[in-house]
Design a protein around this ligand. Structure first.
Ligand code: 13P
Length: 272
């Protein structure tokens, strides 16, 4: 593998940090409306600069129309996206959701290849890659999730599996696409045991090297790489100090308004 980002402009390019909340299967559409409204108000009250740190939420599919309506009506400075997308555009695929539908709902992002889909729904690297293509086709920014299990970590070390998953996900992607990569070690998800900032940085740097190789230096330099796995207000600042970590994909803590708002406002934390 080529040496990492030292030869790339990655550390010199300014990427807008992204703090994203993956709600998973939590909050119905009424709860979503209340939550998003309160989140936007509380961040505005705190004087949050949304252009300095972007905030996105990923509610369940059934909430998206409500969130879209609220965001548009109140002109809230929040982005939103879906947690998955079909690789197909339309047709006899019961239960699937087309990227075309998500685009109509003004979703900006879509999470693809989350480890819960890879393990609980046996999603393959090929499907992940097809979904990335589908997202790009519909002008949705894919948030491509990669990460190793505890077993992978023991057998292959930290970066081998995430690197191969990212390579596979980008198979066939050639253009200067807008993408986001989320490094989420499976052992850190929901466990309360986050990776260390140094561990996250090491893998993020390897992932950026893959981006350089596949999409070129310019795209790699502007692509945001998030860390996910037991992120909370108490540990976010450490991750954000790392040069190749450009934000976080937050699960459990994104459902707690005060905690999530505090994660978003990590720049105000001690030492950051
Ligand atoms: P937790 O923050 O609950 O560990 O979940 C991380 C995650 O899976 C986000 O996609």
């Amino acid at each position: 593998m080529a040496a990492v980002a030292s030869s790339t402009p990655a550390s010199t390019v300014r990427r807008t940090p992204l703090i994203a909340g993956n709600w998973k299967m939590n909050l119905d559409h009424l709860q979503a409306i209340a939550f998003v409204q309160k989140l936007a108000w509380s961040l505005k009250d705190a004087g949050h600069d949304f252009t300095g740190v972007e905030v996105a939420v990923f509610p369940p599919f059934t909430d998206l129309r409500s969130v879209q309506t609220l965001v548009a009506a109140d002109k809230l400075p929040l982005a939103f996206g879906a947690q998955d997308v079909s690789e197909h555009d339309s047709g006899a695929y019961t239960g699937e959701i087309s990227g075309a539908f998500l685009a109509q709902l003004e979703c900006r992002y879509v999470i693809i290849g989350h480890s819960e889909r890879r393990t609980l729904h046996a999603e393959s690297n090929e499907q992940v890659s097809a979904k990335v293509q589908a997202a790009l086709k519909h002008n949705l920014t894919p948030v491509i999730c990669v990460g190793e299990t505890a077993e992978d970590l023991e057998t292959h070390g930290p970066s081998a599996v995430p690197v191969s998953q990212l390579r596979a996900a980008l198979d066939g992607v050639t253009s200067a696409a807008d993408i986001v990569v989320a490094y989420e070690p499976v052992w850190a998800i929901g466990s309360g045991q986050a990776a260390t900032p140094d561990q996250a940085e090491q893998v993020a740097a390897q992932l950026r090297a893959v981006l350089v190789e596949v999409l070129g230096e310019d795209v790699a330099a502007k692509t945001r790489i998030l860390y996910g796995g037991s992120v909370k207000a108490a540990n976010i600042a450490g991750f954000m100090r790392e040069p190749n970590v450009d934000g976080a994909l937050v699960g459990g803590a994104s459902l707690d308004l005060t905690e999530f708002a505090s994660i978003v406002r990590y720049q105000k934390h001690v030492g950051s």
